[in-house]
Design a protein around this ligand. Sequence first.
Ligand code: NIG
Length: 381
Amino acid sequence: MSLLLTNIGELTTHTEEHGTLHDAAVVIEDGRIAWIGHADRAPAADTADDLDGRAVLPGWVDSHTHLVSMGDRAEEFIDRMAGRPYEAGGIMRTVEATRAATDDDLRARARWLREEAYRGGTTTIEAKTGYGLDVETEQRLARISAEHAEVITYLGAHVVPAGVDRRAYIDLVTGPMLATVAPYATYIDVFCEQGAFDVEESREILEAGRAAGLGVKLHGNQLGESGGVQLAVEMGATSVDHCNHLSPKDVDALAGAETVATLLPACDLSTREPFPPARELVDAGATIAIASNCNPGSSFTTSMGFCVATAVLQQRLTFEEALWAATVGGATALGLDGSAGRISEGGRADLQALDAPSAKHLAYRPGVPLTHKVWSRGNPV
Ligand code: NIG
């Protein structure tokens, strides 16, 4: 079956060939984009959807979430808004709730958030473990994440659980836990921060993951200049996420590096951390991604539209830069550039249509639910 999406007011493709088109059409066949061009030249298809001048753009690629996790930390959030600082130790509250949940509870939670993300235009999502912190629960999180997310990241090294010997925990993370979770995962990640893991511990953990065949990611420089960014670039990590506290040396390291700097604007607002220097990073030549960091502690949102609007309104990114970072940037941060983040002939039909004539309305009309329709692999969701 083929589907013609026609009368598209503005079509953002993120391809060299088509760029941004007006009065456009797209044909979808077997979950892939079969044709892109001007509406008056569109070929016939089995069915058609007249989009009445709406904007169409690639589905969001949310490259940083903790989708499978339980609990509600609204009180802690409210305390933070009243001035209490964010601390890495709060992670254990989500760990307790997650460990106590059944598989069905975790599934229901993941399904709820995944559907919410779809409704907001997210068609590719990453999910990290990291709220189990024992072999059995980390494995459960990875297994259930694989039912709801396209990319799984192993984050056994989120914090050392309370009451557990530090060295023994690192041996567990790099030994039996890694062996159990690796079959589900594409990446290993570590929270390289005061209160979590230092640079040498992070290096050891990431090297173990790499030896097990996983790509490398890192949570770095969220709460201070942790050395995480330097380590990520040195190790050729696919991404370093957070990047709130960057020295000029960190910005230089990211400029021109393969490592994507992933910005998490909703988390920055919810933890009252200073925003990363997004403008400086882009001007220096770094590749950036924007992601939601959906988790109940530091960023309880799936809304990539909100993150894009925040990056434009508060982080001095142009709208085009923010849109690119939340699609192609996210795909690059997941090693998926070429299969996500663009609308290209032969590529996966992951698209969103907005109740707006231009994608720019995502920042121009912040907070307004603009999603009209979303297609994942060509199917409406
Ligand atoms: O990405 N930074 C570390 N981990 C998570 C969430 C932490 C939490 O539960 O407080 C994050 O923000």
